[in-house]
Design a protein around this ligand. Structure first.
Ligand code: CP
Ligand code: NVA
Length: 317
């Protein structure tokens, strides 16, 4: 592990945060350590982004991402502006590139939650200020950073810690898998056939895990995946934009529910994680979600702390 002094030396000022794998392994670890420091020493950073402005564009719903980014900016001495794409000219066909160029003249950073990953890439290319990914169809990097912070708080390390992700091989799974193997955690991904992580994602993660010496496994068998797990993680079976497939997905994911029986197959002190929002009775039972092993609200709070580290390192003057 890096020291906090080393972590503070990372320099990614002015860059975009579109996906974790755009950064070095040390940078990812440094962001987690910095987030931990910022959580413990809130006052020290109270004017770190004095007077800076973050624009937040949402093309999909959000509770955590919206509020945690806004709270993070205010706690760092800056301001955040919520923009729904429905209210912007973006919703009437203005291009994402023109939007990015215009906003670059007013703001110091842009956070966006959007549909295709290529759309955020186009925005980042056109904008002259840092662009931060608040979720695309491929990735949710800020969620993964908060998840890594949660693991670090509970275990004090990454190496030798096993995370099992049970469910849909979606944006959250992709980012979590990258974050896990980059920090040297062991990672098992269990999905039903047809809902695996994308082949190119698996390939990248395999390459990284070979470098960090972590174990990475893919299986359709949830019972196999959770053996020895210190954390079991799940996400909704139907992501935003997939509502038409909801009935089919309910059926296809039936045996991938995280319940007490599945939790009992993992390590005795295994914790339950979920990016939220959760659907009790679908991907997780109410007893697990609200039980003693659940760390979902610690994770949710950590969104804000992890994002403070991201905002601070990308935007500090
Ligand atoms: N986990 C997460 O991104 O939550 P929101 O959709 O509420 O932002
Ligand atoms: N996979 C979910 C995550 C929500 C935070 C979605 O994309 O809707």
């Amino acid at each position: 592990m890096l020291t906090i002094e080393k972590a503070k030396e990372i320099n990614i000022k002015g860059k975009d945060m579109l996906k974790l794998i755009d950064f070095s392994k040390d940078t990812i670890e440094a962001l987690v350590l910095l987030a931990d420091d910022m959580k413990k020493n809130k006052e020290k950073y109270a004017s770190a982004l004095q007077g800076q402005l973050l624009g937040m564009i949402f093309e999909k719903h959000s509770t955590r991402t919206r509020v945690s980014f806004e709270a993070a900016m205010i706690q760092l001495g800056g301001h955040a502006m919520f923009m729904s794409s429905n209210d912007l000219q973006l919703g009437r066909g203005e291009t994402i590139e023109d939007t990015g160029k215009v906003l670059s003249g007013y703001l110091d950073g842009i956070m966006i939650r959007t549909h295709s990953h290529s759309r955020i890439e186009a925005l980042a290319e056109a904008a002259t200020i840092p662009v931060i990914n608040g979720l695309t169809d491929l990735y949710h990097p800020c969620q993964a950073l908060a998840d890594l912070l949660t693991v670090y708080e509970l275990k004090g390390k990454f190496k030798g810690v096993k995370m099992a992700y049970v469910g849909d091989g979606n944006n959250v799974a992709h980012s979590l898998m990258m974050g896990a193997v980059m920090t040297g955690m062991d990672f098992a991904l269990t999905t039903p056939a047809g809902y695996e992580a994308l082949p190119e994602m698996k390939e990248i993660a395999q390459k990284i895990s070979a470098e960090t010496g972590s174990t990475l496994t893919f299986t359709e068998d949830p019972e196999e995946a959770v053996k020895g797990a210190d954390f079991i993680y799940t996400d909704v079976w139907t992501s935003m934009g997939q509502e038409e497939e909801a009935a089919k997905r309910l059926k296809d994911f039936e045996v991938y529910q995280v319940n007490e029986e599945l939790m009992a197959l993992a390590e005795a002190d295994c914790k339950f994680m979920h990016c939220l929002p959760a659907h009790r009775g679908e991907e997780v039972t109410a007893d697990v979600m609200d039980g003693e092993a659940s760390v979902v609200f610690q994770q949710a709070e950590n969104r804000m702390h992890a994002q403070k580290a991201v905002l601070y390192t990308l935007m500090k003057k």
